[in-house]
Design a protein around this ligand. Structure first.
Ligand code: GLY
Length: 355
C-alpha cells in the first residue's frame, strides 16, 4: 500500500494506492468524512464489476448510500447526463453534509466530480478510480468537467476530492484496450519530468504497477500543489492534449483519450525536432515506447481538420496558444505561440520523414 498526500491551497487529501481498497472503502471513507449519506455514481460497465463490493463495504461501515448508474462512454459525458445526476441527488434529498462517490474511470470521475461541485453550490466527493487513466491522472487534482458540442471538457469546475482510493485489483478487470488507454497518461509523466520512469515503462510488470502509479501521482501532486488553478506550471500536464483533443473530437470520440494523446504527443515531439526545440532522437524514442504498448503515433485526419477543432480548444488564450513541447525525455517547455503558428506544429508533426 502506498499513500501520496496532495496539498493544495483549498484542500489536503490522501491518494491511497493498493490492493483490495474497494472492499475496504467503507471504513476508509468513514474515517475521512464521518457519518453522512453517500451518492455512488457509476457507469453501466463498472456497475457490473464493482458496485456491489462498494455498496456492501459502505453499508458495513454504517453509511446510508444510494447509487446512480449512467450509460458508459465518453458520448454520455454531457449536459444531459449531468442533469440526470443532479436530479437524482435532489430527488434523494442529499444535503450539503453528504457526499458523492465517483466509482469508475475518467468519464465518471469528471462528471460525478462536476455534479458535486455544482449541487447545492458544492458538496464533498471521493474518487474511486477503476481505470489506469483515472488512477494516474484524472482522479487527482480536482479538475471536473463535461464535454460540450464545441469540444471536450469545455464546462467544468475545480474541486478537490476528499480522498482517492486507487484499487489496483480493479485494473485487472479492464479490457486490454482500456489499460493501454491509461498507459499514455502515465508515460506522459516520464516525458515531462522523469526519464527513469519513462525507461521503467519499457519493462512494465504487474508487480511494479503500484509503484509506477505512485510515482505518476507524486509528480502530479507536486504540480497541482504549486498551481492548482492552471495559471502556469499545471499547463505542463496538457502535454500532447492540444492535438490529442482535436484527434479525439475529429473521431467523434471513437478514438479513446489516451490513444489520441499518444498521437498528439508523438506529433508535438516530431514538430519540436523539426523546429529545433526538441533534442534529436526524442520523437523516435517516444514513438517506439508507444508502439511497444500498442499505442498509435499518427492520424488519418488532415492538418485542416485538426486545426479547426484545435482552435476551439479551451487552452487557447485569445490570440495565442501555449503548447507543451519536449526538449528531451524528462524535460519539456511551455511554448506560447501566436495562434496562426499552430498550423505549422500540426503540419510538421504530421510529417513522418526522417523518423
Ligand atoms: N489532466 C491534466 C490536469 O489535471 O491538469
Amino acid at each position: 500500500m502506498q499513500t501520496v498526500t496532495i496539498k493544495t491551497t483549498t484542500k489536503e487529501y490522501d491518494v491511497v494506492i493498493g490492493s483490495g481498497l474497494l472492499a475496504q472503502c467503507g471504513e476508509r471513507i468513514f474515517s475521512v468524512l464521518g457519518k453522512c449519506r453517500l451518492a455512488v455514481i457509476t457507469d453501466s460497465n463498472v456497475e457490473k464489476h464493482h458496485l456491489k463490493t462498494v455498496m456492501s463495504s459502505l453499508e458495513k461501515a454504517g453509511m446510508d448510500c444510494k447509487s446512480y448508474t449512467f450509460p458508459a462512454g465518453e458520448e454520455h459525458k454531457n449536459m444531459g447526463t449531468l442533469s440526470d445526476i443532479l436530479e437524482f441527488l435532489a430527488k434523494e434529498r442529499f444535503s450539503r453534509a453528504d457526499a458523492v462517490v465517483a466509482l469508475g474511470g475518467g468519464v465518471t470521475g469528471d462528471m460525478a466530480g462536476f455534479a458535486a461541485a455544482v449541487y447545492l453550490r458544492g458538496i464533498r466527493y471521493v474518487q474511486l478510480p477503476t481505470s489506469l487513466l483515472a488512477c494516474v491522472d484524472s482522479s487527482v487534482g480536482g479538475k471536473t468537467a463535461i464535454d460540450l458540442a464545441g469540444g471536450k471538457n469545455l464546462a467544468g469546475a475545480f474541486l478537490q476530492p476528499e480522498l482517492v482510493l486507487c484499487d489496483v485489483d480493479a485494473l485487472k478487470t479492464l479490457p486490454q484496450e482500456e489499460f493501454t488507454n491509461g498507459l499514455c497518461e502515465a508515460i506522459k509523466y516520464g516525458v515531462l519530468f522523469d526519464e527513469e520512469l519513462f525507461c521503467d515503462f519499457e519493462n512494465l510488470t504487474e508487480t511494479s504497477l503500484i509503484s509506477l502509479i505512485e510515482r505518476c501521482i507524486t509528480h502530479k501532486g507536486r504540480v497541482v500543489a504549486n498551481d492548482e488553478f492552471e495559471k502556469g506550471e499545471r499547463k505542463f500536464l496538457n502535454l500532447g492534449h492540444t492535438i490529442g483533443h482535436a484527434v479525439e473530437k475529429c473521431s467523434h470520440y471513437q478514438i479513446k483519450h489516451g490513444y489520441a494523446v499518444a498521437i498528439g504527443l508523438s506529433m508535438i515531439a516530431r514538430a519540436g525536432e523539426k523546429l529545433g526545440i526538441t533534442e534529436k532522437g526524442t520523437a523516435e524514442r517516444i514513438e517506439l515506447l508507444f508502439k511497444k504498448h500498442n499505442l498509435p503515433t499518427d492520424t488519418v485526419f488532415s492538418t485542416e481538420e485538426l486545426l479547426n477543432v484545435a482552435l476551439s480548444d479551451k487552452k487557447r488564450d485569445s490570440d495565442s496558444i501555449t503548447l507543451v513541447v519536449p526538449k528531451k525525455i524528462g524535460a519539456c517547455i511551455l511554448q506560447t505561440e501566436p495562434i496562426e503558428n499552430l498550423k505549422k506544429y500540426i503540419a510538421l508533426g504530421g510529417e513522418k520523414d526522417g523518423i
